[in-house]
Design a protein around this ligand. Structure first.
Ligand SMILES: NC(=O)c1ccc[n+]([C@@H]2O[C@H](COP(=O)([O-])OP(=O)(O)OC[C@H]3O[C@@H](n4cnc5c(N)ncnc54)[C@H](O)[C@@H]3O)[C@@H](O)[C@H]2O)c1
Length: 352
């Protein structure tokens, strides 16, 4: 078990990471006024654990599992219940679940009485290696992902791989999407992924790699908490295209669209001569190990309009972050029509 710290101008956030972290650190929270937020699937699996750890009387808000719940209606319902339960200014919100729970609970904690304490206990691989760390909170609105949100750092994160044992294989693959993204940015993670290509989904490998992913993200967030210097923007690798495809088609999960986005953006980087040779092949191989088959899409050109309106863009050009060489990425700014042409070409090539 190891601790990682994020120090920003305003807050210090500790991430307890590794097997046994929940048993060691969660009981310490129970003397506070707690408000637990989770989703229906996680609650079914872990209600007994929550009761025995935090007490049966701790107020809990359970919403229907899935991205569709990540909206202002759920957010307002949470805030209303917090008020009805008499939550005070010094209460503690516990976000117990995947990235959807973490993003909504984080925003609720940031808004209630202008901000109350927050602890993230991520239960999906994606949430452990990515979304619970770094303080981005949000809900979706009018078909735009994460458009209502704020940076709000949790006081603590408890990332315990014990929760991964109940996670469906597909959700493990989603988390691996973000891990491969980190591998395309960090050469230590890349080397570990390459050396363990056959073991990527094995729990013992994941237990080890989670720490390196959190450490990478924590370093980036410590240096560029609010995406002002450009460093944090690198974490959007795969996401411009991934989010656009997610909005346009919405059939796969977030992590699967991130992996798909990474594949398409890697091909654009290859075409532009930014990334190539053995390195590009290795990244592609990792993506294919997890995704098995990269999807092609009818009407994919329409994704260009959505990518242009992505909140990562501040010009009339589409910004994508692509791998360059081991441990290095590059930002490409590309015209909408050119980007649409690339997407169509790559999709056609996948059809063969
Ligand atoms: N804030 C950030 O920096 C950040 C970064 C990346 C992604 N995100 C957001 O995270 C969300 C995706 O997160 P996710 O993939 O964790 O999705 P999710 O929260 O919807 O979880 C996926 C599914 O797994 C279930 N689940 C959770 N824990 C489980 C467990 N231990 N055992 C069995 N089932 C379990 C959930 O109920 C859900 O059905 C998206 O909304 C995305 O925008 C945020």
């Amino acid at each position: 078990m190891q601790d990682i710290t994020i120090k920003t101008a305003t807050v210090e956030s500790v991430i307890h990471c590794g097997a046994g972290a929940f048993d060691k650190y969660a009981p310490e929270l129970k003397n506070r006024q707690l408000f637990i937020i989770t989703d229906s699937t996680v609650d079914k699996l872990y209600a007994d654990l929550l009761n025995s750890t935090f007490g049966e009387n701790a107020p809990k808000f359970v919403f229907k599992a899935g991205e569709k719940s990540k909206n202002t209606r759920t957010l307002l319902a949470i805030l209303q219940k917090m008020l009805e339960c008499g939550m005070r200014r010094n209460c503690l919100v516990i976000a117990f679940g995947g990235g959807v729970v973490g993003d909504i609970a984080g925003l609720a904690a940031a808004l209630y009485m202008r901000g109350v304490h927050l602890v993230q206990i991520p239960t999906t691989l994606l949430a452990q290696v990515d979304s619970s760390v770094g303080g981005k909170t949000a809900v979706d609105m009018c078909n735009v992902k994460n458009v209502i949100g704020i940076f709000y750092q949790p006081q603590e994160v408890i990332a315990d791989p014990r929760f991964l044992s109940t996670l469906p294989k597909r959700e493990i693959r989603c988390g691996l999407g973000e891990i491969i993204k980190h591998g395309a940015l960090n050469s230590e993670i890349f080397k570990k992924l390459k050396a363990n290509e056959r073991k990527l989904t094995k729990l013992e490998f994941l237990e080890d790699i989670i720490y390196y992913n959190i450490a990478h993200k924590a370093n980036v967030v410590t240096e560029d908490e609010k995406e002002t210097t450009g460093l944090r923007k690198t974490l959007n690798l795969g996401h411009t295209t991934g989010h656009a495809l997610e909005l346009l088609y919405g059939k796969l999960s977030h992590g699967e669209y991130v992996l798909t986005g990474m594949y398409y953006e890697l091909q654009i980087a290859r075409n532009l001569g930014i990334c190539g040779g053995q390195y590009a092949k290795s990244i592609e191989k990792l993506i294919l190990k997890v995704l098995k088959k990269v999807p092609s899409f009818d009407g994919i050109e329409k994704a260009a309009e959505l990518a242009l309106h992505d909140k990562k863009n501040d010009t009339e050009l589409i910004s994508i972050i692509v791998p360059k060489c081991e441990g290095e990425s590059a930002e490409i700014k590309i015209k909408k029509d050119e980007y649409a042409k690339y997407l169509k070409q790559i999709s056609d090539d996948l059809r063969g």
